[in-house]
Design a protein around this ligand. Sequence first.
Ligand SMILES: [Fe+2]
Length: 235
Amino acid sequence: MEDASISSAYTQPPAGARLADNPNWIYLMREFDALYRYGSAGGSSAIRSHRKRVRDRLSATMAKNPEFLSRGCETKPVTAHLPRALDLGERGAMQGMARALREIKDELTWEYGYDKLPKSLVAKYAYCEVMGPRGPVQSDQLILGFVLFAPNTTYPQHSHQEIEESYISVSGAWSENNAAVYAPGSLILNRSGDEHRITTGDRDPCLLAYAWTGPTARLEEPSMKMSSPKRKKTQ
Ligand SMILES: [Fe+2]
């Protein structure tokens, strides 16, 4: 017979209104901090200063014990690939992040972010924010999140105005602008206006952690747009 007092001891507590009430989210933020604090900038001064900007903004936000705005679980078709992405991530260089993410996977709000999403991406792409102006961990200075791609996906060319973006693979291989193949742990920096197009490996999903820095107004209203194939530079 089930002992109610024992089973209730294992029930997850309801999400609190502050980050300090949500230990699994604190540990996820610490994984981001470790990612941007340790490791190499590969000799690039632009990447070094981006990494510093991300961790300074993250530390400043954490120090305030920010609001926790629970946004509710939302899935997209591509999230059927998340268990495999986490499984592979837990075997590699990014295992700390993959494990921390597994603990909150049922609280993530996956979305598309585009008014007009190319049909080819509907079943192959989605992203979730874990920190930003809309929460769940509230910050006006920094967006942190994850983007998930199904195997064999092409994410069309786009750019971000006034936003500096870095991607770090948690799981899976990806290429940007046909320039190289990146493995879990590799970081790519896209500065404001840099055009980028992503492709992913044939067999496994690709899960990227990302960070966006920029002016608060832009982080609140990033207006994501694919670049027109005719006009390579967007507004
Ligand atoms: Fe991007």
